[in-house]
Design a protein around this ligand. Structure first.
Ligand code: SAH
Ligand code: DHB
Ligand code: MG
Length: 222
C-alpha cells in the first residue's frame, strides 16, 4: 500500500477540516510526555466523530476507553450546552491526564470520567439509569468488544449511533484462525453487528496518519 500517499492525503484533509486548536495540541503533548501509548484517534477521525455527534443531535454520549481524553474532547465539543459525556477508563493515570486535558479544553462541566474496568462500570451506569445514550464510542480493550456491544445495546434507544474503533486491524480480521485475542474480539464484534436485525451497520476502512484500520458505525433501528 502507498502509505506515504495516504498520510499526505490525511494531512491535506486535516489542514482543510480538522486543524487542532491549542487544547487538542496540548492534550496530545501531555499524553506523549506522560509516556502514554500513542493510540488515540487522529484529528481527521476526531472531526468525523464530532460531525457524527452533531448529525445525531447527541445530548448524551458514552465513551468506553478514554486514554488522555483526545477523542473525548472532539466528541464533547459537539454537545449542546446541557449535553453530557461519560467516559470510562481503567487506568487511573490515564484518567488523571485526561481530566487535566478535558479541564484545559473547558469541558469539565460536560464530561464525567468513570475510573474502573468497563465491564464493572457499565452495569453501574445501567443500574444508575444514566442511559439511554444518543451516541456510544467503543475504543477500550479489543477482546471485550463483544461484551461492550451487549451493554451498548442495553444503554441505547432507537436511533442511537454505536461506533467502534480498530475493527479491521491492518486486515488481520480476515484471518478466521487468528489466535490474537484482539482480532478474535474484533471479528466476533463485527459479526454480531452484521447479524443483529435491530441494527443497520457498516465498517469504514481508515488509512492515513495511523496504520490501516477501520471504524464500525451501527444505528439502532427505529
Ligand atoms: N479513545 C481514546 C483512545 C483509547 S485507547 C482516543 O482516541 O483518544 C484505549 C484505552 O482503554 C486505554 O486508555 C486503556 O487504558 C483503556 N482500557 C483498557 N482496558 C480497559 C477496560 N477493561 N475498561 C476500561 N478501559 C480500558
Ligand atoms: C490500540 C488501541 C487503540 O484504541 C488504537 O486505536 C490502536 C491501538 C492498542 O491497544 O494497541
Ligand atoms: Mg482506538
Amino acid at each position: 500500500m502507498n502509505n506515504q500517499l495516504f498520510k499526505n492525503v490525511d494531512d491535506y484533509i486535516m489542514k482543510l477540516f480538522a486543524t487542532e486548536d491549542s487544547s487538542l495540541i496540548a492534550a496530545q503533548k501531555d499524553a506523549t510526555d506522560a509516556n502514554m501509548p500513542e493510540i488515540s484517534i487522529t484529528p481527521v477521525q476526531g472531526k468525523l466523530l464530532h460531525t457524527l455527534a452533531l448529525t445525531c443531535n447527541a445530548k448524551k454520549i458514552l465513551e468506553i476507553g478514554t486514554l488522555g481524553g483526545y477523542s473525548t474532547i472532539w466528541l464533547a465539543r459537539a454537545l449542546p450546552e446541557d449535553g453530557h459525556l461519560i467516559t470510562i477508563e481503567l487506568d487511573p493515570h490515564h484518567a488523571e491526564i485526561a481530566r487535566a486535558n478535558i479541564k484545559r479544553a473547558g469541558l469539565e462541566p460536560k464530561v464525567t470520567i468513570r475510573v474502573g474496568s468497563a465491564l464493572e462500570v457499565l452495569p453501574e451506569i445501567k443500574s444508575e439509569k444514566l442511559g439511554p445514550f444518543d451516541m456510544i464510542f467503543i475504543d477500550a480493550d479489543k477482546p471485550s468488544y463483544p461484551e461492550y456491544l451487549k451493554y451498548s445495546l442495553q444503554l441505547s434507544r432507537p436511533g442511537t449511533l454505536i461506533i467502534a474503533d480498530n475493527v479491521i486491524r491492518e486486515g488481520d480480521v480476515l484471518d478466521e484462525n487468528s489466535s490474537d485475542e484482539r482480532v478474535v474480539g474484533a471479528r466476533r464484534f463485527n459479526s454480531m453487528l452484521a447479524v443483529n436485525p435491530a441494527l443497520t451497520s457498516i465498517i469504514l476502512q481508515t488509512v492515513g496518519a495511523k496504520e490501516h484500520d477501520g471504524m464500525s458505525l451501527a444505528v439502532v433501528n427505529r
